[in-house]
Write a protein that binds this ligand. Structure first.
Ligand code: GLN
Length: 536
């Protein structure tokens, strides 16, 4: 069992998730089986009920867990499906412990942070690390060392390291090296303090990864090395790069993976990053470009749609094209301004979402895509909006809506799923995770997937109302994907249009930089087709 712990210091938002995922990718490139975990100190049981503005996107795993968005980075970089066991919060730990306590499992004993909370954290790590399907487990701790709420996690790591024995664990600390213009030099003091703090909890880091905006010179690296007691060669520079997919290449050059393997007593095996490097090249220096309008209601925080924007980037790399995202606030769209907002984009995408705010603007955006021959990709709520727009404007069903937005709509073309009726408990109760979808022949979807049965991840409570199927499919809208068990309509398409697809599931969770999701790939292909007038 080899476990790598990654902590963060100085401040948040340094890219700990991407750094961790990059090391995972580098280890995997050497043939090691890698798995990854995220330990989050907040008290929510999982991010499923959190506002995207607070927490960014909720990443859904195959088994239907609602997890931290860093799991998305992990899956994209190590190209491996993870599960709920890979995302643990303080809320989860406490809620499980308190349930045991109420059941009487502690026989009247006092329940304490040490040993019970720390013990439970260690159990979660061991369960993943000893499951037998990974040689190396990477464990990232959310937050910054020194935060009150992350203390039990740091203490648990310290205990875990002692128990696992020398050489079986590795501590990597990510810090920030600011450049002070007035002094004309990089400053190491915040890093020194952060390492000292970590040491005070019993963890001497083995490797320091130093985030910086401009390269740090050897003098600074040496200074950090002797002041923080880090072996020379284990002070790794992590400078700003052009795309997150370039991070592994930079860290490889800095020797991160080689040093990590050495410290873990593992062999540094031959590896080939050529294909990854080519993919990065196509992202940073593409031959063409298209602009996709992403119409949502959390557009001020791009992390709220992280997997969608990454999927667009992957699809662009496939076509050697940059995908510029034009973020459009759905609340602000009106009949009067829609031309100026959407007129210049090459394609329109509406991602998932909840609640009525902004939906009328989204419906206007669908209408604009449909009537202006702009490739359209509707995801989850974006699919539901497409069905409503079609019902209202093509079939004349005035006031058609989803019962989520308008419970008394005369035409509930989108309605609460039967098995959702009566559910009041919010956490983990939607239709979540992987379900099968049967693809209809001769559709845009069948052309994209080249398969008749696919598996996709879901997160929703409402669905296409089959009672309206005959009416909705009486013209040029058609069902292109059906759940084989329930008969649920999972994909709708509109014919006589360059590319119009709405999916009830979330394809963005399955796209990988080296293997873009087929629907994203063809959506961008269609946008390029319209713009450049060639077979993309
Ligand atoms: N709010 C919609 C539903 O619950 C769509 C969900 C989503 O877009 N993820 O069905």
């Amino acid at each position: 069992m080899k476990v790598v712990f990654i902590t963060g210091g100085v401040m948040s938002s340094l890219g700990k998730g991407v750094t961790s995922a990059s090391l995972g990718m580098l280890l995997k490139s050497r043939g090691y089986r890698v798995t990854m975990m995220k330990l989050d100190p907040y008290l929510n049981v999982d991010p499923g009920t959190m506002n995207p503005y607070q927490h960014g996107e909720v990443f859904v795993t195959d088994n239907g867990s609602e997890t931290d968005l860093d799991l998305g980075h992990y899956e994209r970089f190590i190209d491996r499906a993870l599960s709920g066991a890979n995302s643990v919060t303080s809320g989860r730990v406490y809620s499980d412990l308190l349930e045991c306590e109420r059941r009487g499992d502690f026989n009247g004993g006092t329940v304490q942070v040490i040993p019970h909370v720390t013990g439970s954290i260690k159990d979660h790590i061991r369960k993943v690390a000893q499951s037998g399907d990974a040689d190396i487990t990477l464990v990232e701790i959310g937050g910054t060392v020194g935060d009150i709420e992350s203390l039990p996690f740091v203490e648990a790591i310290s205990q875990f390291r002692t128990e696992a024995g020398i050489g079986n664990t590795l501590s990597i600390h990510l810090t920030y090296i600011p450049f002070l213009n007035a002094a004309g030099e990089h400053k190491t003091k915040p890093t020194q303090h952060s390492v000292r703090q970590l040491c005070s909890y019993g963890i001497q880091p083995d490797i320091l990864v130093c985030r910086c905006q401009t390269p740090i010179n050897n003098e600074i690296k040496n200074k950090i090395s002797y002041l923080c007691n880090i072996a020379p060669g284990c002070v790794i520079e992590n400078c700003d790069v052009r795309t997150i997919y370039e991070v592994p290449l930079m860290l490889e050059q800095e020797g991160l993976c080689t040093q990590a393997l050495k410290k873990l007593g593992l062999e540094d095996k031959p590896h080939d990053l050529t294909a990854w490097r080519d993919m990065v090249e196509r992202i940073v220096a593409p031959k063409r470009e298209v602009t996709v309008a992403l119409v949502g209601k959390y557009v001020k925080l791009h992390d709220a749609y992280l997997s969608v924007s990454e999927s667009l980037c992957h699809a662009g790399a496939f076509h050697d094209a940059r995908v510029n995202i034009q973020w459009v606030e759905s609340d602000e769209i009106t009949h009067e301004n829609i031309d100026s907002l959407l007129g210049s984009c090459d394609a329109i995408l509406i991602p998932g979402g909840f609640g009525p705010r902004g939906t009328e603007g989204k419906i206007l955006a669908v209408e604009y895509a449909r009537t202006h021959q702009k490739p359209y990709f509707g995801i989850c709520l974006g699919m539901q909006m497409a069905v409503i727009e079609y019902a209202r404007n093509v079939l004349g069903m005035k006031g058609a809506n989803s019962t989520e937005m308008e419970p008394s709509t005369p035409y509930p073309v989108i309605d609460l799923m039967q098995n959702q009726v009566g559910i009041t408990h919010l956490g983990g109760t939607q239709r979540l995770g992987r379900y099968a979808c049967q693809i209809a022949p001769d559709t845009l979807s069948s052309k994209a997937y080249e398969q008749t049965l696919v598996q996709e991840r879901h997160r929703h409570r409402y669905e296409f109302n089959s009672e309206y199927a005959d009416q909705l499919f009486s013209k040029d809208m058609r069902p292109a994907g059906i759940n084989p068990d329930s008969g649920l309509v999972e994909i709708v398409e509109i014919q006589n249009h360059p590319w119009f697809v709405g999916v009830q599931f979330h394809p963005e969770f399955l796209s990988r930089p080296m293997r873009p999701h087929p629907l994203f790939r063809d959506f961008i292909g269609a946008a390029l087709n319209v713009k450049y007038g060639e077979e993309a």
